[in-house]
Design a protein around this ligand. Sequence first.
Ligand SMILES: Nc1ncnc2c1ncn2[C@@H]1O[C@H](COP(=O)(O)OP(=O)(O)OP(=O)(O)O)[C@@H](O)[C@H]1O
Ligand SMILES: [Mg+2]
Length: 307
Amino acid sequence: MELLRIENLTKTIRKKKILDSISLTVNSGEIVGFLGPNGAGKTTTIKLILGLFRITEGSISICGHDVTTDFENAMKNVGGIVENPDLYKRLTGRENLEYFASMHDGIDKESIDGIVELVKMSERIDHKVKTYSLGMCQRIGIAQALLHNPRLLVLDEPTNGLDPLGIKELRDLLKYLSTEADVGVFISSHLLSEMELMCDRIYIIDNGVIIGEKRIHQEEETVNDNIYQYTFVTDNNEKILGYFKKRKANCEIVNGGVNVVLKQSEIPDIISQLVHENIRIYAVNQKHRTLEQDFLSMTTGSKTQIR
Ligand SMILES: Nc1ncnc2c1ncn2[C@@H]1O[C@H](COP(=O)(O)OP(=O)(O)OP(=O)(O)O)[C@@H](O)[C@H]1O
Ligand SMILES: [Mg+2]
């Protein structure tokens, strides 16, 4: 089911186009990344989704409810955090949640307990927020966003400031929510490696324009025609460099061998040809062509660098 649909969304602030006709969708059970450098327009988009900004042109609908014309129903189905969770530091985690719950109808103590357990904060929930680590504050923020049981969760750079363990825990929580609770997650970040691990699909935004969309995990399942970087370790770097250049492959000599970008399906034939030419092959190491390379080549417009 489609939870979020953004169509040709444009936002202009003081004559400056912050977002220029962006379109995207998020389905239930999906974690969708929104990746872009500083100033790309991520927070602006999220504020528009959460009804905190006025749309200049285009539309946003949440579970089929238009954010502009059917605001209340749209907001019932979405919960989110913009930039940092806004918590009262002198209150406990539970008091914060109770306070936010009082702004919605029908959230009882049991459902608060359930959410606290879900975000794994049961042990510290009755401590004051000022004693929490950043990761704990993020968890309370997510709990707060989930209080009214929305179908869509929208998070603006929730991993900011978290350590690797905190990031992993957040990732596990979001995966759990998407698979077990069928929540759709839309999450912004400027960290490429994180998005690769966390998301099913990502949109790349730069300068207010969506410049790419990418499925993440599918790629790992289908083998052959994926492109990877390989390092060939042989007894004759110059000769195989010449060989790869003849094939017009992107290649260079590096410490310890020759790096080359090839389709996986080309590898078996290449190895037999090199063996045939009496080159001794000690190793062929495959490195993932990372999203980072794609991202950099898209956002800078430069050719993907081999590293
Ligand atoms: N209220 C505002 N008035 C004027 N310009 C704004 C306003 N809010 C955002 N902008 C501009 O819009 C652009 C996008 O900002 P936005 O905060 O959406 O980027 P972002 O992708 O969230 O960046 P970051 O990664 O730094 O959080 C920036 O150039 C910013 O200066
Ligand atoms: Mg931002």
